[in-house]
Design a protein around this ligand. Structure first.
Ligand code: FEO
Ligand code: CA
Ligand code: CA
Length: 629
């Protein structure tokens, strides 16, 4: 729960009024929507070279049904395989996973835990849409120690277990290729890499070196060890991956030990650091995770981290210019004037959506220049108004209600700055992605069960919101740098057959859709269809999580069809296509969560306990056909 609320008293319209209004607008727009023209949208089409040929085509697979089976299910004609799993060796000399003999050294050479973001980077060069060989950048968000260590006892964490856990975080870069219709990964690739909670990183931007980033181990405030809780992420047009540090607060214990008058304590409280022990207990062995001993270390997390998958020896960079919050993901588009725009949600109940606009323009011929684009720019928070309009509030240090704030203050305490400016508290903003065909933005709110019935607004119209929703946003003049936007509710998730869910699927006939709940990470195919991965259906719908494909334009706009069903206990992350859309990657995260090794709730993928977080690749007809065609 957030610690401070802002905004006016609840005066919003009722749910019925909102849906009525949306439906009326939708009817008026229906004819135009069916014939929406293809727009060239900055550099986004660089990722979808043949998009124009496909827009409006329907999705051609038979949807599967919600399931409780402890396996992966895909539609008829499709097949899936486990490409890599937790503990698989990444290098020729790396050991196989040995549950009883885990070590930091071995985990640093193996695929990490709880895979989340997946980004495909073609080989030999990001500029060419090669689809049968590439690098996958995969983030490892968190660990389930009860499913990693036999006889795990959280009250008696050992230093060795903590070291393995730290090595299981971060990211993996792994070369993958398709041969005779089968996807494999290479143990011998020179690109293979592990990034962990102890990998050396540089800090860039206005907050680099600030006194709040200085610690005993790093008096420069510009060299951080590691990255934590890397949730989803993004890809840049210059061939790098952005890792989003999400729930970093969970790793720091004892913030309650900071002097009550110390202003740092209030910031840590706004960001949800626990007053007592952390969730995993690493502070037992490492002072930097004890906020009472190193009160600045938490300020060194909660950033967007840029890694270069093509440079296995490159130093990851934490970009302070993009602000500090629980970054779910980071989606990059190039505006007509060449500026790089990065959208990112702060995944907490009643927190905000943000965008960053670079000061300098992207240069397709100068990668070294592009690698500095995220070091300087302006940061904005979203405000949604009744009636489908909205604006981006500039978090401008030294101006207005931020008159007394420095640039570093704004970036380190981004939430506090957005509080003062009156950004709109959202229902847990997760992924935000741009449709490569239309340029519209789709912002995913996964749920907010703490929103009261009388505390709704037009953009967050259900209280409580157990099932989540998706907002469709159009930047003014289709310019991602615009100060204003219009928006609409695209989908209110839930089961249409249960009236209390109050579901809405873009006005489509709800007797035909595959119901889904708790959208989290999304991806677009080259035709502009939205592919939605969920996190939370076991609790909300009593069925496993899944992937759902939804056209965004044309007669089938809103027609959700289920494409994948996850193993028991898993959420699905990182939906990602190869450039030719003939392979679909998704990350099965935390299968078996809720169980233990001795009392498993899942044995996926190898029919053994523990279940293992694993990356899955889905193909059609042996990889010869486009997914969804
Ligand atoms: Fe890590 Fe917001 O999901
Ligand atoms: Ca997520
Ligand atoms: Ca999630």
């Amino acid at each position: 729960m957030r610690d401070a609320r802002n905004g006016s008293a609840p005066t919003g319209p009722t749910f019925a009024e909102i849906v009525d209004r949306r439906l009326t607008r939708r009817a008026a727009l229906a004819g135009a929507a069916a014939a929406v023209p293809v727009m060239v949208f900055g550099g986004a089409l660089a990722h979808a070279p043949s998009a124009a040929a496909y827009i409006g085509e329907s999705i051609g697979f038979s949807p599967i049904a919600l399931s409780e089976e402890d396996t992966v299910l895909v539609p008829p004609g499709y097949s899936w395989k486990t490409l890599i799993r937790w503990g698989d060796p990444l290098f020729p000399e790396a050991p196989a996973l040995d549950l009883d003999n885990q070590s930091q050294a071995s985990q640093e050479r193996q695929f990490g835990y709880n895979n989340d973001f997946v980004g495909f980077f073609p080989l030999p060069d990001y500029r060419y849409p090669v689809s049968d060989r590439g690098l996958l950048a995969v983030s490892h968000e968190y660990v389930n120690p009860e499913l990693m260590f036999p006889a795990y006892d959280g009250e008696n964490l050992t230093e060795k277990q903590a070291a393995v856990e730290m090595a299981a975080h971060g990211a993996t870069v792994i070369e993958v290729f398709e041969a005779a219709g089968e996807w494999l990964y290479s143990r011998r690739s020179a690109f293979n890499r592990r990034i962990t909670a102890e990998t050396a990183m540089a800090v860039t931007g206005p907050a680099a070196g600030h006194e709040l980033l200085q610690t005993t181990a790093d008096p420069t405030g510009a060299n951080v060890l590691g990255t934590l809780n890397n949730c989803s992420g993004g890809k840049t047009p210059w061939g790098t991956a952005l890792l989003a540090e999400e729930n970093f607060q969970d790793y720091f214990g004892n913030a309650g030990g900071i002097d009550a008058c110390d202003p740092r304590r209030a910031v840590h409280e706004r960001y949800g650091l626990p007053a007592a022990s952390s969730e995993l207990g690493w502070e037992k062995f490492h002072d930097r995770f004890d906020a009472s001993k190193e009160p600045n270390e938490p300020f060194r997390f909660g950033w967007i981290v840029e890694i270069d998958p093509y440079g296995p020896d490159s130093t990851p960079k934490k970009h302070t210019a993009l602000g500090r919050f629980r970054h779910e993901a980071a989606t990059v588009v190039i505006a007509p004037d060449g500026k790089a725009v990065v959208y990112s949600g702060d995944d907490q109940r009643f927190d905000y959506m943000y965008k960053f606009v670079s000061s300098r323009a992207y240069d397709p011929h100068d990668r070294a220049h592009n690698l500095t684009l995220l070091e300087e720019g302006d940061l904005y928070a979203a405000r949604f108004e009744e009636g489908g309009t909205g604006c981006w509030l500039k978090l401008a240090a030294g101006e207005g209600c931020l008159a007394d704030w420095s640039a570093a203050d704004v970036l380190i305490n981004t939430r506090g700055a957005a509080d003062l400016l009156g950004a709109t508290p959202m229902d847990r903003p997760e992924d935000i992605e741009t449709n490569p065909v239309t340029g519209k933005l789709y912002a995913v709110m996964t749920n907010n069960t703490e929103r009261a019935e009388g505390d709704t607004d037009a953009a967050n119209p259900r209280g409580p919101n157990a099932f989540g929703h998706i907002i469709e946003i159009t930047e003014e003049a289709d310019d991602p740098t615009a100060a204003a936007f219009t928006w609409d509710i695209f989908i209110l998730c839930g089961d249409p057959e249960i009236e209390e869910h109050r579901a809405y699927y873009a006005g489509y006939d709800m007797t035909k859709v595959s119901p889904f709940a708790n959208p989290d990470n999304v991806a677009f195919d080259a035709r502009g269809n939205l592919w939605i991965a969920t996190d939370g259906q076991p609790e909300r719908l009593g069925k496993n999580d899944g992937v759902f494909a939804v056209p965004t334009v044309g007669a089938e706009r809103g027609y959700a069809r289920q494409f994948v069903s996850a193993p028991a206990g898993a959420e699905i992350c990182g939906p990602e296509f190869t450039p030719d859309n003939r392979a679909f990657f998704c990350a099965m995260q935390h299968p078996g969560e809720g169980g233990t090794i001795a009392a498993p709730t899942s044995t996926w993928p190898d029919n053994t306990s523990p279940a293992k977080p694993s990356l899955v690749v889905v193909t059609k007809a042996g990889g010869s056909r486009v997914i969804g065609s």
